[in-house]
Design a protein around this ligand. Structure first.
Ligand SMILES: *[C@@H]1O[C@H](CO)[C@@H](O)[C@H](O)[C@H]1NC(C)=O
Ligand SMILES: *[C@@H]1O[C@H](CO)[C@@H](O)[C@H](O)[C@H]1NC(C)=O
Ligand SMILES: *[C@@H]1O[C@H](CO)[C@@H](O)[C@H](O)[C@H]1NC(C)=O
Length: 422
């Protein structure tokens, strides 16, 4: 294994955000395969060892589906899988996970087992930023997460009606000097000038330059999207990017602080039914009741909506907006599932990863959403952005690893510090 350079391993591990504990999968040449250690897949092992070209490395990244202890797992065609000669020697180097930060201490002080159910009301820290000078830039409770289409029973993995998640943004990238924009990441509208997204969607993309955000879209293939029930149609709107503000402590290796703000070059009009800001979890400021769940949801659940586009699967994804319901996980449980492959910081939150459950649908940078009852009398529920999609499995229907999200409640002060008036 001497031939595996540190760089190629790091590339395999960290450029590819697909970390799936997969069973069956689709390998090269559309062959069916299993997700196995690269040591048991001679063709791909040879490819990795023989100075792979950039294209071959890309292919390897696409086929990476997790880790076996410290070896990358790849999707290997059934016919070529061979048992390793020695299961203990020739281990690959450990991934370069930094463990020095104070942030890496486990968040929960609970001493009970990792199976303890998550108390959904513990997921947000309740600070009070009401008197912060920038708090006035945040939409009022009556202005955020205002939708005219509600999903009464959230089933997930289904196309959603146009207008269900009107804060969804798509980020358009220009490749080198090309003119055409391609959309690899999502984001959420948080006020009339800013989109919240992941730092990995704005940083370290080499030749892809974030240029525009597209708002009010449902089906990416059609010029006009319509809500069938209400017979209202709209066109997407494009806003040029004026400024990108990544979190200064974003780490490309640990994915900690994977959060970024995008300022657009003019005020976003919220006149359309299909373009609205989402509520951020300013719970104390909004004087919010504890979380309650709409019918059909029986435990701590969250929603991810998106077109399934991530930095790792640039060409795949759905044409129309999908959503999926995911169980929230405690950080302890999440860490125990990821073992030492990654360090889950208290500023992250995990969701999903249950066997047989769809965990696709979200876009890199898109929002993880939870429900809260905002009025005890009317039991009116509003959606709040609890996370920003950072990394995790992208394959549908493959149980295993939870998705990892930046925990928005831990960045409310950072957001306030970094937004500016129009
Ligand atoms: C980044 O980390 C340093 C050291 O832990 C800390 O002092 C600083 O406040 C952090 N920056 C932000 C924007 O949180
Ligand atoms: C938050 O702070 C504001 C102003 O400082 C105060 O009026 C409000 O009552 C506080 N809210 C809570 C829930 O403590
Ligand atoms: C909300 O949840 C907190 C923490 O679980 C609890 O202490 C509080 O009593 C709850 N408040 C209401 C109004 O149910």
């Amino acid at each position: 294994m001497r031939h595996l350079t540190f760089a190629s391993i790091a590339l395999l591990i960290y450029c590819n955000l697909v970390l799936v504990e997969a069973q069956q999968c689709r390998s090269y040449n559309r062959k069916s395969g299993y997700c196995v250690s690269i040591m048991t897949c001679p063709p791909l092992l040879r490819l990795l060892q023989n100075n792979p070209t950039v294209q071959e490395l890309r292919q390897l990244q696409r086929l990476t589906c997790g880790f076996d202890n410290q070896d990358p797992k790849v999707c290997c065609p059934y016919s070529v899988i061979t048992p390793p000669l020695s299961s203990t020697s020739d281990r690959l180097a450990a991934p370069p996970v930094k463990e020095t930060s104070a942030e890496t201490t486990p968040t929960s002080t609970s001493t009970t087992t990792t199976k303890k159910p998550l108390n959904v009301n513990e997921i947000e820290d309740r600070q009070n930023f009401s008197s912060h000078s920038k708090f006035a830039l945040i939409p009022k409770l009556s202005e955020c997460s205002e939708v005219f289409v509600t999903r009464d029973r959230v089933v997930g993995g289904k196309h959603v009606d146009h207008g269900t998640y009107p804060w969804m943004a798509r980020i358009g990238y220009q490749y080198r000097t090309g003119k055409k924009l391609t959309y690899y990441c999502g984001g959420s509208i948080i006020n009339k000038r800013y989109i919240l997204t992941a730092a990995h969607c704005t940083e370290g993309l080499d030749e892809y330059i974030p240029k525009e955000v597209r708002l009010g879209e449902n089906d990416v293939k059609t010029e006009t999207d319509c809500n069938e029930e209400y017979h209202i149609c709209s066109k997407a709107e494009d806003y040029k990017i004026e400024k990108i503000i990544p979190h200064s402590n974003y780490s490309t290796s640990t994915k900690h602080n994977d959060i970024s703000l995008i300022r657009v070059d003019r005020d976003i009009s919220f006149e359309s039914y299909f373009i609205k800001p989402i509520c951020l979890p300013f719970l104390k400021e909004y004087d919010i009741e504890n979380l309650t769940l709409p019918s059909g949801l029986d435990s701590a659940k969250a929603i991810v909506a998106g077109w399934g586009r991530t930095v790792a699967n640039k060409n795949d994804g759905s044409d129309s907006l999908l959503d999926v319901v995911l169980p929230l996980k405690t950080n302890e449980e999440c860490q125990s599932i990821y073992t030492r492959r990654v360090i889950i910081s208290p500023k992250q939150i995990c969701a999903g990863g249950e066997a047989g459950m769809d965990s696709c649908g979200g876009d890199s940078g898109g929002p993880l959403i939870t429900f809260r009852s905002v009025n005890a009398m009317t039991k009116r529920t509003k959606l709040f952005q609890t996370g920003v999609v950072s990394y995790g499995p992208v394959n549908c229907g493959v149980g295993g690893l939870p998705g990892v999200y930046a925990r928005v409640s831990q960045y409310l002060d950072w957001i306030l510090e970094n937004i500016e008036p129009s």
